[in-house]
Design a protein around this ligand. Structure first.
Ligand code: CTP
Length: 424
């Protein structure tokens, strides 16, 4: 096996080196630990000379004692135990490159059913690697003093990194875990790798299994794509391989949306706020398609608004082309439309007069509020009740249209309208 100790030292940042060094010390001190390895994406990234993400460690032996000791030595709080003998050490505020260190007990996994969570059992590092998604993610480097730097690579991931190839470890991989289809797309685009031809075949055959994933899991995977800088290429590939349609039949990312997303990435001017990105991505879906997507994602309220808001806006937006529309009328039309959808329309909608109205609403109109409040109206003797809200609304419209400007004028207007309400 090749020795990659150089990757652990000269090629890693100081923070990674410190963690790797502590792993070596702790493993030599704790009798209950047989092996400690850095595993998965970080190994792939170190080989590729890319900046790796968070640190994943696999321990053969007592991972609990190991992670507790590692947390204490870096000054982190006690690790949180999640799933099966997995421990998360929070490193935010301690390190700048690493936000967390995940320590897993080396294990093997079996899937009772497609898309179900796996059944797991303690195992060797080789078995631990063989349960993983792609060959390039199925490598480990030993951090034990006795074989420091030794690469463990049972599926020839190193060769596939050199060949720039994303390849599954076995034919059942996507059936076991259909989220791996999303992962294949992300890695291929992010790393500039090709997807091996047999793996592509297996993806096609397993697309139907995406249906078996819960809304939350599909949403999480979609969000990960959305937050990648190469999202446009990832969406294109997802469309090509049929992944978007497998999520929801009406889901497609329109040409206009893709253009906006790629122009913005080039200018680095993109809003990286999830609701804004989502509204652009879903631009062009009709109401039924948008509702289906919301349902498929089991979407929380903010997602739901960004996905359905475009179709909601499309129903009313043509009115904004009318000349001489008062600002209060613009506000009335747009009041219930989610802001991300308004922003998306400005970027992706047609260059008609409505666009200026949308910009004006976004930049100015939405912020115009009366100075007076309910207390001011009560103080001048207006009786409590719904009338207060109605008068404030009249004042708000008048202010939007420039008919009142000072607080006194607002009060005078409210008082002047009071008799009309009292006689109703
Ligand atoms: N993994 C897997 N199957 C999954 C998810 C994860 O086999 N569905 C394995 C892979 O070996 C992966 C490791 O768990 O490398 C850690 O998962 P994750 O942090 O999602 O992957 P990274 O490759 O570290 O991801 P990234 O580079 O995107 O941060």
């Amino acid at each position: 096996m090749p020795n990659l100790s150089q990757l652990l030292t000269s090629k890693s940042s100081d923070e990674y080196q410190r963690v790797f060094g502590l792993c070596r010390d702790i493993s030599s001190e704790l009798d209950s630990v047989d092996g400690v390895y850095v595993v998965g994406g970080i190994v792939r990234d170190l080989i590729l000379d890319r900046t790796p993400g968070d640190i994943d460690l696999s321990v053969t032996g007592d991972a609990k004692a190991f992670s507790a000791e590692l947390a204490s030595r870096i000054g982190a709080p006690s690790p949180d135990e999640s799933q099966f003998l997995t421990f998360k050490i929070g490193a935010t505020g301690i390190f700048s490159d690493v936000s967390s260190i995940d320590v897993v007990t080396a294990r093997s996994e079996t899937y009772a059913d497609s898309a179900a969570l796996p059944e797991v059992e303690v195992s060797s590092i080789n078995h631990d690697l063989k349960r993983r998604d792609f060959t390039v993610n199925a490598m480990a480097i030993s951090l034990m003093g006795s074989d420091w730097g030794t690469l463990v690579d049972p599926k020839n991931g190193f060769g596939d990194v050199m060949r720039k190839r994303i390849k599954v470890l076995h034919d059942g991989s996507f059936v076991d875990d259909p989220t791996r289809i999303f992962r294949a797309v992300r890695y291929a685009v992010r790393l500039g790798f090709g997807i091996d031809s047999r793996t592509i075949e297996l993806i096609s055959k397993s697309l139907a299994n995406v249906d078996r994933l819960s809304g939350t899991r599909v949403r999480n995977e979609f969000e990960l794509v959305l937050m990648e800088s190469n999202r446009v290429e990832m969406f294109r590939m997802s469309e090509e391989i049929g992944l978007l349609a497998a999520i929801s039949p009406g889901l497609r990312i329109g040409t206009k949306a893709l253009k906006v997303l790629s122009d913005q990435s080039e200018q680095e001017a993109i809003s990286t706020e999830l609701p804004d990105l989502l509204a652009i991505t879903m631009f062009g879906l009709n109401e039924d398609e948008a509702k289906q997507v919301v349902q498929r994602f089991d979407a929380p309220a903010a997602w739901g608004e960004s996905i359905t808001g475009n179709a909601q806006l499309a129903k009313h937006v043509a009115v904004l082309d009318q000349a001489n529309l008062a600002p209060s009328e613009v506000a009335e039309i747009l009041r219930t439309i989610p802001l991300p959808s308004i922003k998306a329309y400005i970027l992706a909608g047609p260059p008609l007069p409505r666009r200026e109205k949308l910009v004006e609403y976004l930049e100015k109109i939405q912020f115009i509020k009366p100075e007076i409040n309910g207390d001011d109206l009560l103080a001048v003797g207006i009786p409590q009740g719904p009338i207060i809200g109605q008068l404030i609304d009249i004042v708000r419209r008048a202010k939007l249209d420039g008919k009142v400007s000072t607080k006194q004028e607002e009060l005078d207007l409210a008082k002047s309208r009071l008799p009309g309400f009292l006689t109703k």
